[in-house]
Write a protein that binds this ligand. Structure first.
Ligand SMILES: [Zn+2]
Ligand SMILES: [Zn+2]
Length: 346
């Protein structure tokens, strides 16, 4: 068994850089040496809370699902992905056989495996490690001119694209985004591309709102300082990207009758109060958005390769040995958007 340095969450506030065993590679799998890994909001939840949404860490979990790197070994059945290929890894591996998969809705797979996730036990170990074994089908070759640092934005962008799709056509629409973290910011970018006429963004901190303005927000509101209900324009579509229960009544209050609310941020575990009567009397549509299909991941990579500029979101880079510092820095939202872990390939 090969052992490699890995970033492992053992529970809340117990993150260690330690050796973990690399699993055996099957004929349809490849081994990749990650070059860059992006720290996601869900990784931060595992770090701070020992879980995210309704998923709790029950055994040591290698974090990380935003990964790009170089293929170092290939299984016997793998074709078209030679050693040395630079790839972005689609962290999602649908089962291919459940009813959702057979319907072609692989994002809804009920038996899927997602890198660095405690959604199932045994957990699916993630990509913040010097080597990782993944299905060859999860690897998408990078165009020569797309660097690793940009390529790892494919995953959060692949979350933002279908979320925006769930909002319906946005051309000429007024949009509200609650929460200006990386996902909220990428939703702003995607909504802007989709032709939204007016994009208002809320957060409880000024720094992320400044990022949102750079990415296309027309108006921003710091709801820690002012009551948003009085100043936020009425909107057609709202995207909840903060995961804060307090954002739900704001979205419901500022949506026009018949408007649509897309829930993207994972709320705290269990039940949260919802503005039910508002949904009923205004006949609002409320939908959720969580994962993506392979085509959406590739579409996100294509967008990055053809000039979609996300570089403004990258605020920090750390070596794997400084992973704890990377997570602490990424947690300080007043100074960080996306923080990356850089592997030196050894
Ligand atoms: Zn992510
Ligand atoms: Zn499935």
């Amino acid at each position: 068994m090969t052992e490699v340095d890995s970033v492992v969450a053992h529970g809340a506030h117990d993150l260690r850089v330690q050796r973990t065993e690399l699993p055996m590679m099957s004929a349809s799998e490849v081994e990749v040496a990650p070059a860059v890994g992006g720290i996601c909001g869900s990784d931060l939840h595992y770090f701070h809370d020992g879980g995210v949404g309704d998923f709790t860490i029950r055994e040591p979990l290698v974090l990380g699902h935003e990964i790009a790197g170089t293929v170092t070994r290939i299984g016997g059945d793998v074709i078209g992905l030679p050693v040395g290929t630079r790839v972005a890894i689609d962290p999602s591996r649908p089962c291919g056989t459940c009813e959702s998969c057979r319907r072609g809705e692989r994002n809804l797979c009920t038996d899927g495996r997602f890198l660095g996730s405690a959604a199932r036990t045994p957990h699916v170990q993630g990509g913040f490690r010097r080597r990782i074994v993944v299905g060859a089908a999860q690897c998408v070759a990078l165009p020569d001119d797309l660097n690793f640092a940009d390529a790892v934005f494919a995953e959060p962008l692949a979350v933002a694209f279908p979320a925006v799709g769930r909002g319906g056509p946005l051309l000429g629409r007024r949009v509200l985004v609650t929460g200006a973290g990386p996902i909220g910011a990428l939703i702003v970018l995607a909504a802007h591309r989709a032709g939204a006429a007016e994009i208002t963004v809320t957060d409880v901190l000024d720094a992320p709102l400044a990022f949102a303005r750079r990415l296309g927000a027309h108006a921003t509101v710091n709801v820690a300082e002012i009551d948003g209900d009085g100043v936020i324009e009425e909107c057609d579509v709202a995207f909840e990207a903060s995961g804060a229960p307090a954002a739900l009544p704001t979205c419901a209050a500022r949506l026009r009758p018949g408007g649509r609310l897309v829930l993207v941020g994972l709320l705290p575990p269990g039940l949260v109060p919802a503005p039910g009567n508002r949904v009923v009397t205004r006949e609002l549509d409320v939908v959720g958005s969580f994962r993506f299909v392979g085509a959406e991941f590739r579409a996100a990579l294509d967008a990055l390769a053809t000039g979609l500029d996300v570089s403004a979101l990258l605020t920090g880079r750390f070596g794997i040995d400084d992973a704890v510092a990377a997570f602490e820095t990424a947690s300080r939202r007043e100074e960080s958007m996306k923080v990356q872990i850089v592997f030196d390939g050894s």
